[in-house]
Design a binder for this molecule. Structure first.
Ligand code: ASP
Length: 326
C-alpha cells in the first residue's frame, strides 16, 4: 500500500519563540522557553487541520544548549526521518545558538528530507510576535516536495546550515547567509529557491549510531586572536587537558605571533587545532606556509562543532593535565 508522505513533525526545544513577558510591549525583558509546543501550535490558526505531530524534546533558552540535548535531538530527528509518512521536520529553537545546532544536525544527519529550524526574535506574548509566521513558513518549507537538508527559516528567508549565522541582536530578520546568500525565500507559503539545498560537505563526520554511544564529549575551546593576545589562555587550557582548540583568527586566518607559538606547541603535543576567521564574511584562503589547518568558511563556533565531531571519531587522549609549555 502506498503511504502518503505529508506529515510534518515539530520538535520543540524552547527559545524566545516559546517565551513570555509580563508586559506585551516588552520585547526583551522576557523568559525564553515557557510555553509548550502544543500551546504554540494551537495559537496559530493557519496551522490548524494540517497533519502535524508535535514533540517537546527540550525546554531551554538556547544560550544554554548542551551536547546531551543535541544528541537527544539528533536521535529524535533520526527516528522521525525514517518514517515513510513524514515529509519533513520543523524544530523550534532559540536564535542564540541556532546556527550551531543547524550545523551539528546537518553534520550528523545529512538528511534526504528537510529539517527546518525556526525561531523568533520576540516572545509569544509580544504585541506583534514573529514566531507564528516563522512557524507557518517553516512548515511550508518542510512540506515542499524535494526539500532536503538542514535549513533555518526566519523572517521569510531560508538559510542553509553551513552558512547561517545570527547577525543582529534584535531585528526580526536577524540571520544572514553571508557571501553564500540564502537558499531562498518563503513567499505566501511558496518556496522560491535561489540555490540548491544543503548537501553533503565531504564525509559525514559522525553517524547517529556512533553518536548514541558517546560516553564523553571532547572538550574543544575557542580562543581569540586580537591586539595584545598572548599565550596564557592556551597554556591554561593545555594544562587542563583540553582535547581541541579553535582559534578565532583575524582576517584571512592570521594569528598574533605569541598566541600562534602557543597553538603550534599545543598542536605538536597532540592537541587538534583549527583556525577559523572571526570576520563575519568570507572564507580563509589556504596557503601552504600555514602551520595550523584552516576551517575554510566555517565560523569559530561551527569549526568547534566540526572539530568535536572529528575528535569523536578517534579515541580521545587521556585527560591527564599536560604541561603548559609544550
Ligand atoms: N536567548 C534566546 C534563545 O536563544 C534568544 C532567542 O531565542 O531569540 O533561546
Amino acid at each position: 500500500m502506498q503511504v502518503s508522505r505529508n506529515k510534518v513533525v515539530v520538535l520543540a526545544t524552547g527559545g524566545t519563540i516559546a517565551g513570555t513577558a509580563a508586559d506585551p510591549r516588552d520585547n526583551i525583558g522576557y523568559r525564553a522557553a515557557q510555553l509548550g509546543i502544543a500551546e504554540l501550535l494551537a495559537a496559530v490558526p493557519a496551522l490548524q487541520g494540517l497533519p502535524l505531530v508535535a514533540e517537546q524534546v527540550a525546554q531551554i533558552d538556547s544560550k544554554d544548549m548542551s551536547f546531551d540535548i543535541w544528541r537527544t535531538l539528533a536521535l529524535r530527528c533520526g527516528h522521525w526521518l525514517a518514517q515513510d509518512d513524514v515529509c519533513g521536520l520543523v524544530i523550534t529553537h532559540g536564535t542564540d545558538t541556532l546556527e550551531e545546532t543547524a550545523f551539528f544536525l546537518q553534520s550528523v544527519l545529512a538528511p534526504a528530507k528537510a529539517v527546518v529550524l525556526t525561531c523568533a526574535m520576540r516572545p509569544a506574548t509580544a504585541l506583534v510576535p514573529d514566531g507564528p509566521q516563522n512557524l507557518v513558513d517553516a512548515v511550508a518549507v518542510a512540506s515542499t516536495p524535494g526539500a532536503r537538508g538542514v535549513v533555518a527559516v526566519c523572517a521569510g528567508t531560508i538559510h542553509g546550515a553551513f552558512d547561517v549565522a545570527k547577525q543582529h541582536t534584535w531585528r526580526l530578520d536577524a540571520f544572514s547567509s553571508g557571501d553564500a546568500g540564502p537558499i531562498g525565500y518563503v513567499e505566501e507559503g511558496a518556496v522560491r529557491r535561489l540555490r540548491d539545498w544543503p548537501g553533503r560537505d565531504g564525509d559525514r563526520p559522525l553517524g547517529l549510531d556512533e553518536l548514541s554511544g558517546v560516553l564523553r564529549w571532547p572538550r574543544v575551546e575557542i580562543v581569540m586572536s586580537h591586539a595584545g593576545a598572548g599565550r596564557a589562555v592556551v597554556d591554561a587550557l593545555v594544562a587542563q587537558g583540553v582535547d581541541g582548540l579553535v582559534v578565532a583568527a583575524t582576517g584571512n586566518g592570521t594569528v598574533h605571533h605569541e598566541l600562534e607559538l602557543a597553538l603550534r606547541q599545543a598542536q605538536a603535543g597532540g592537541i587538534k587545532v583549527l583556525r577559523a576567521t572571526r570576520c563575519a564574511q568570507g572564507r580563509i584562503l589556504a596557503h601552504p606556509d600555514n602551520a595550523l589547518p584552516e576551517a575554510g568558511a566555517l565560523s569559530p563556533v561551527k569549526a568547534r562543532v566540526r572539530l568535536m565531531l572529528e575528535l569523536l571519531r578517534r579515541p580521545l587522549r587521556s585527560r591527564a593535565p599536560a604541561s603548559p609549555g609544550r
